[in-house]
Design a protein around this ligand. Sequence first.
Ligand SMILES: [Zn+2]
Length: 75
Amino acid sequence: MTDVPADPTSTGTGAGAPTLDPLLLEIVVCPACRADLDLRRPEPARVELACRGCGLVYPVVDGIPVLLVDEARRP
Ligand SMILES: [Zn+2]
């Protein structure tokens, strides 16, 4: 019988650098023009979503995209 030691690193979710669930990224679209959004990382500790259509940039707060035209930056 083989001993299988618990590996504490295998369950780490990497709470640190912000990111976005890839599945979430696939389903969200720009609320202004319905185009796909690209994930951007302008700073190591910050991510945002840029629209491929109209170019608006939406902030991501705590991993949650804020898809509000009022909160987006104009290109
Ligand atoms: Zn757009």
